[in-house]
Design a binder for this molecule. Sequence first.
Ligand SMILES: Nc1ncnc2c1ncn2[C@@H]1O[C@H](COP(=O)(O)OP(=O)(O)O)[C@@H](O)[C@H]1O
Ligand SMILES: [Mg+2]
Length: 291
Amino acid sequence: MGVGRKDALKALQSIKEKIKAKESRWRYKVAVLSGKGGVGKSTVAVNLATALAKKGFRVGLLDADIHGPDVAKMMGLENVEVLAERLEDGRFEMLPPETDFNGRTAPIKVMTMGFLVGEDQPVIWRGPLVTKAIWQLLGDVKWGELDFFVVDFPPGTGDEILTVVQSIELDAAVIVTTPQEVALLDTGKAVNFMKKMNVPYIAVIENMSYLICPYCGNEIDVFGRGGGKKLAEKEGVDFLGEIPIDLKTREASDAGIPIVLYGDTPAAKAFEEITEELVGRLKEMKEKSSD
Ligand SMILES: Nc1ncnc2c1ncn2[C@@H]1O[C@H](COP(=O)(O)OP(=O)(O)O)[C@@H](O)[C@H]1O
Ligand SMILES: [Mg+2]
């Protein structure tokens, strides 16, 4: 029994070291999460990653939603094959598929469980297997040198999030909410979870804040706008901005082209502004901590 346990501990040590070596080459590590599902977390992660790459940053995007991976489709990377490379020590490393949207952005490296299991196959893993999958997506992928490592999480505070938070040192948690009361309640929990995990920068984004009437151009507050900002104020964290409901957002994600690449829609503009703000905040923070 002693030997089995020793081997297991050694394997654990080695995966942790592998992940540490990888993350030392990523400048900013940003998690996108939410208390509730369906609030637009993946939409935010994908558009944030794309907006960053549009500015020329080297971006890696990890879909840490093991059970419901959506990122491949949203990034136009459906049915791509993941190739592997043999390392000097005989191990294999996965090569993350890349997209630059036909030269419109810097290349974005994407990794998701969706590449590894069929898109229509349910993943029914629990606890330890989920943890192992996350370790592999972090440590057995050739991520290389990155300016931003963006992680899209499943809703809530489950195994995926715990594993990532315990494996890498996040610089920022971007928490997505909608203006409804129920979403806000869960958002407060997510904010506090990230505080407990000592994530240095925490911010809230309000998605589906308002609808721009396609006929008159007026802004309609469908779910009661402004709750996200109030919540951020109450929790003492930053508020990064509001994203309107934009029918093109859904069309865009179905077409595999993030809305920020459409450029002229209100949601695209909102994403650009939020990204700009986040980059500024993170730079400020790093500069302060290296003084
Ligand atoms: N601002 C928005 N305007 C219109 N549709 C949106 C917006 N944000 C998200 N959606 C749509 O809502 C659905 C859920 O979004 P998604 O990003 O998958 O949420 P989550 O990852 O939180 O479950 C998707 O169909 C997406 O296209
Ligand atoms: Mg999602």
